[in-house]
Design a protein around this ligand. Structure first.
Ligand code: TPP
Ligand code: SF4
Ligand code: MG
Length: 340
């Protein structure tokens, strides 16, 4: 059998602390995102981590529309928009084109990072199949970064498959006849992609409240190469309905309450990291999910029963899942049974 031909990647060592992070910016001023937008911070950190020899592609959404309005852009590196469900195929196509141009001698051979980002609507709903297909092509170096603000934010906060249980969105307004219009549980995107794509050498979850950790996961994914996937949870002041000054705190709370476990699957080895590791090793306690929910207007209609239900689901993730917070297969328990 022919060996799979891969191009070398850039060797991006982890930043050893915030003082070692370079000052150069490749996503600068000039964007029009809301005050406190964590997804804009994710773009800035993502490309700072990747460095100047990087091509970024992005599907439609806030990070397209607000960053490239009226002939202006905050991208310093080459950037291209792609259709809402196409981040996977656009990223794969770009990586394949670079490889072909280098093979034919039409471009100097050098490792160039290709990053295709997508929102939760574009990536976890509409473009899921294209991302899945991309992760089955080990011969191309492309990182898919899903920035998850838990709604179709750009078109005015519609419900996506990543919107949390019970949240108020424009498609799920609480009313008198029905208080909770949305009763589906959020998809487990990173766990699903890691479990389902054994040729993919890196899948990780991140949160920009832990900026250096986040950048180092991006650097690791790009260095390992092949198709890789990073999922970022991004507080969104407009969609989540809170004071923009709370963005950083809400990201931390998502991790500290156990809603958003930080983990990576590197060469098929699973590692929890950061505060999630501390929780799993019982060095710190999970905070009550109430602390997170009640800071956000999208959950303002919740009763104590709703909060208890939410807490019980998070407890299940940590106490009953085979791999806590990561893979939702239930452990075989003596009496407990998974929900019907
Ligand atoms: C095929 C298609 N359907 C609908 C739209 C309209 N549209 C543009 S941006 C957007 C929201 C995308 O949501 P998400 O991917 O979560 O990104 P966000 O806006 O939240 O950053 C929608 C529905 C579109 N551009 N293309
Ligand atoms: S709606 Fe949310 S994701 Fe979109 S620009 Fe505003 S804060 Fe950012
Ligand atoms: Mg979104």
């Amino acid at each position: 059998m022919d060996a799979i031909e891969t191009l070398p990647t850039q060797q991006l060592d982890p930043f050893k602390g915030v003082k070692k992070v370079p000052l150069e910016e490749y996503f600068t001023s000039g964007h029009r995102t809301c005050q406190g937008c964590e997804s804009a911070l994710v773009m800035k950190l993502m490309v700072k981590a990747a460095g100047p020899r990087t091509i970024v592609l992005g599907s439609t959404g806030c990070m397209y529309v607000a960053n490239t309005t009226y002939y202006s852009t905050s991208w310093v590196v080459p950037w291209m928009h792609t259709q809402l469900g196409s981040s996977g195929s656009a990223g794969l196509g770009t990586a394949a084109a670079l490889k072909a141009l280098m093979r034919k001698g039409k471009m100097k051979e050098e490792p160039i990072n290709v990053i295709a980002f997508c929102g939760d609507g574009g990536g976890a709903d509409m473009g899921l199949s294209a991302i899945s297909a991309t992760l089955t092509h080990p011969q191309y170096n492309v990182l898919i970064l899903l920035y998850d603000n838990e709604s179709y934010a750009n078109t005015d906060i519609q419900l996506s498959g990543m919107t949390p249980y019970g949240a108020h969105t424009t498609f799920s307004p609480p009313g008198k006849a029905k208080r909770l219009m949305h009763t589906r549980w959020k998809k487990n995107m990173a766990g699903m992609l890691a479990a389902g794509h054994p040729e993919t050498k890196y899948v990780g979850t991140v949160c920009a409240s832990y900026a250096v950790d986040m950048m180092n996961r991006v650097r690791k994914a790009l260095t390992i190469g092949g198709p890789t996937f990073v999922h970022s949870l991004d507080p969104c002041p407009k969609g989540w309905d809170y004071d923009p000054m709370l963005s950083h705190e809400l990201g931390e709370l998502a991790v500290e309450t156990g809603i958003w476990p930080l983990y990576e699957v590197e060469n098929r080895v699973l590692k929890l990291y950061g505060r999630t590791k501390g929780i799993a090793e019982k060095r710190s306690k999970r905070k009550p999910v109430r602390d997170y929910l009640l800071r956000q207007g999208r959950f303002a209609h919740f009763t104590d029963d709703d909060i208890d239900y939410f807490q019980a689901k998070i407890d299940d993730m940590w106490e009953k899942w085979l791999i806590p917070g990561v893979i939702p297969f239930w452990k075989e328990l003596e009496k407990d049974q998974p929900p019907a």
